[in-house]
Ligand binder design. Structure first.
Ligand SMILES: NC(=O)c1ccc[n+]([C@@H]2O[C@H](COP(=O)([O-])OP(=O)(O)OC[C@H]3O[C@@H](n4cnc5c(N)ncnc54)[C@H](O)[C@@H]3O)[C@@H](O)[C@H]2O)c1
Length: 429
């Protein structure tokens, strides 16, 4: 006989991995169900117990309002939970292959704590098949239980966007799925109880996994097309944004903009899909071409700045160049997979002195992750070129005139994001 699923009033949830995805989820579930937020990072657990979230996704008041939420970094505390939601990172390795180690380690943790009737729901972005092929066997091995007899699995991808206060967990339709039709109904009901926007129950875990990974792949490829157009129009001497503005008056023209594609989602997730495709003997041309174009944009920006400097008789060697912004996107402290580092690396290869200023990010993290030392307050009138790389609101508030004040007279001002009026900068993507 199959072990019985818990009813909603018996649910005790464990959220494993309290990052950008896990914490908002734990805080939301913690207002409705007994919830344990678990993370291997004891420092993170300590800060959360003090109601502080350094990712700025969940406020102190929201954490306090989550009255059924507790935190732990000791896996013993997971015993007694019957729903385990895994929200650990799914990065790529240096060869751009999926690095499943956090997922495997979290699955071992689940396997040691899950009991009869328990449900393991994965939220981390993966390739189609990963939950049942890579995670479930680990839970079976660690627990000694049999899948779909003693315990069950689900997959419900997360769609939040760090720093976005409008599209929040509860206001985004959530895709749900389960390892049997009954489990799918259970997972769907669980999420429906907290998601105001409602849910979409997919027909299988693999469909839900595939849906998530293509959302980001579609974005990546669309941006790659616009980036390729920007490369062409630059050579033609045409302003890309003017072209996009004109083309955008057609009802079905998609409003993508050129730029760096960073963060650990859009620039990473497509490699999960291409990995799986290659494993089954299909070589994905379009997706990988898009990745190559997007990964080349940082170098392209640096080359354009160097060219503009050359046209003004400014040498790049030993020049001082200021980069405004290091986070992977505006108004958030997230440094993961920021492609601003490609601009830095290319400029440094010309022997330029590159200073980076970003009021949003932790200087310690920038040093630890990238070996980059941030400048806390850039001196005015010091730079041969200024690159606005991330359109944090502080930089926009300065306006082109304020940003130019960092430069020497005649310095180049390049606006990667097209955030300042075009006529007031020297060039933009
Ligand atoms: N950040 C986003 O905007 C976003 C959006 C949608 C989906 N996702 C996906 O969600 C997943 C999580 O992303 P994130 O941004 O929340 O990551 P994150 O790096 O912010 O947080 C992950 C947390 O997991 C913890 N952790 C790592 N291994 C663990 C383990 N074995 N056991 C317990 N805790 C562990 C880390 O200490 C960290 O606190 C990824 O698959 C990501 O692709 C992220």
């Amino acid at each position: 006989m199959n072990a019985q699923l818990p009813s909603l009033d018996q649910v005790k949830i464990a959220v494993i991995g309290l990052g950008y995805v896990g914490l908002p989820l734990a805080a939301t579930f913690g207002r409705r169900f007994p919830t344990l937020g678990f993370d291997i990072n004891a420092k993170r657990v300590e800060e959360l117990r003090r109601h502080h979230d350094h990712t700025l996704e969940v406020s102190e008041d929201e954490l306090k309002a989550s009255n059924l939420l507790e935190f732990a970094s000791d896996a013993e505390a997971l015993k007694g939970c019957n729903v385990f939601i895994v929200t650990v990172p799914t990065p790529i390795d240096e060869y751009k292959r999926p690095d499943l180690r956090p997922l495997e380690s979290a699955s071992r943790t689940v396997g040691r704590a899950i009991g009869a009737g328990g449900v393991a729901i994965y939220e981390s972005t993966v390739y189609p098949g990963a939950t049942e092929e890579a995670c479930v066997p680990i839970i079976e091995r660690e627990s000694g239980l049999t899948f779909n007899t003693d315990f069950y699995a689900g997959y419900s991808p997360e769609r939040i966007n760090p720093g976005d206060k409008q599209h929040r967990l509860e206001t985004i339709t959530k895709v749900t799925s389960g390892s049997t039709p009954e489990v799918a109904d259970f997972v769907d009901a669980l999420y429906r109880s907290i998601i105001h926007a409602g849910t979409h129950k997919a027909s299988s875990i693999r469909v839900a996994e595939a849906a998530k990974v293509i959302e980001n792949t579609q974005r990546d490829v669309n941006i790659a097309l616009i980036n390729e157009l920007a490369l062409i129009f630059h050579r033609l001497g045409i302003d890309t944004h003017e072209v996009l503005e004109a083309a955008g008056t057609k009802w079905n023209f998609l409003p993508f903009r050129p730029g760096l594609v960073g963060g650990h989602c859009i620039g990473v997730d497509p490699y999960y899909l291409t990995h799986k495709a290659q494993q089954i003997g299909y070589h994905p041309d379009v997706i990988l071409a898009g990745r190559r174009i997007n990964d080349g944009m940082g170098g392209h920006v640096a080359q354009r700045v160097a060219k503009l400097m050359g046209q003004r008789g400014l040498q790049t060697t030993r020049s001082n160049i200021l980069i405004l912004g290091l986070a992977f996107k505006e108004n958030c402290p997230d440094l993961r997979n920021t492609r601003v580092v490609d601009i830095v690396a290319e400029l440094k290869s010309y022997n330029a002195n590159v200073h980076i200023h970003d009021p949003w990010v932790s200087a310690k993290e920038a040093h630890e992750e990238y070996g980059l030392d941030l400048v806390e307050t850039p001196d005015p009138g010091q730079y041969d070129a200024v690159i606005l790389a991330v359109s944090h609101r502080e930089f926009i508030a300065l306006g082109a005139e304020g940003v130019r004040k960092f430069g020497k007279p005649g310095a180049v001002l390049f606006d990667v994001k097209r955030a300042l009026p075009r006529a007031e900068v020297d060039d933009s993507l």
